[in-house]
Design a protein around this ligand. Structure first.
Ligand SMILES: [Zn+2]
Length: 209
């Protein structure tokens, strides 16, 4: 972690990387001091280079007071200068999530309804989807199968939906989910067992990238 503190007034135009300046990371409440994790800037620059499109930072550093005012989670990584909510011009934020995941970013959160992606440098890594900014569904790290329930199943179901499957994301690994997983496995040369394990997950993410 390489968090540095800058002054927007003094360092606003200072370049942190080829495409990012200090000013872009400032708190929206007008505070002069801004904390920036240069490791996160490096990830953002990789994203910028990969897509070749401008990256707009909706929100990066937040003072504790500002974070509380806008309803951010307590101890948010934004208050430590470790996080940025970004929109890549003309790019589906799902693709930003998948790319940030593939390059090993710390925390990656996909906000499908607000159309942005949160990137941070936390450890251990997390991969989340939230539809309402209240409930977060974590990408499963273990194998899921018929009868599994919970947030991991919801993550799988949402990803299957993004891949074009028609199913309800209810967090229950039932017959419809099994059928979708089997169809996906068949089309991608995987063992057709209807279980969602490591190989199926990797292939699904690859297909959506
Ligand atoms: Zn965020």
């Amino acid at each position: 972690m390489a968090v540095k503190t800058y002054s927007v007034k003094k360092d606003g135009s200072t370049k942190l990387s080829a495409n990012f300046t200090v000013r872009e990371f400032a708190c929206k409440d007008g505070s002069d001091a801004v904390k920036i994790d240069l490791d996160n800037v490096a990830v953002l620059q990789k994203i910028r280079d990969h897509f070749g499109k401008s990256v707009h930072i909706n929100s990066a550093y937040r003072t504790v007071a500002y974070n509380a005012r806008i309803g951010g989670v307590k101890d948010s990584n934004h208050t430590k200068g470790m996080a940025a909510d970004i929109v890549v011009s003309g790019v589906d934020p799902l693709k930003v999530y998948l790319y940030a995941d593939s390059i090993g970013a710390g925390g990656v959160i996909y906000y499908p309804n607000s159309r942005f992606c949160h990137i941070d440098t936390r450890k251990p890594k997390v991969r989340l989807i939230t539809l309402d900014k209240k409930t977060y569904y974590a990408e499963p790290t273990n194998s899921l199968k018929k009868g599994s329930i919970g947030g991991g199943v919801k993550w799988v179901q949402l990803m299957l939906k993004y891949a074009g499957y028609v199913l309800s994301a209810d967090g229950k690994f039932g017959a419809t989910t099994v059928a979708a997983v089997k169809d996906f496995q068949k089309k991608h040369g995987l063992t057709v067992d209807g279980s969602f394990g490591h190989k199926t997950k990797a292939k699904l993410k690859e297909a959506l990238m």
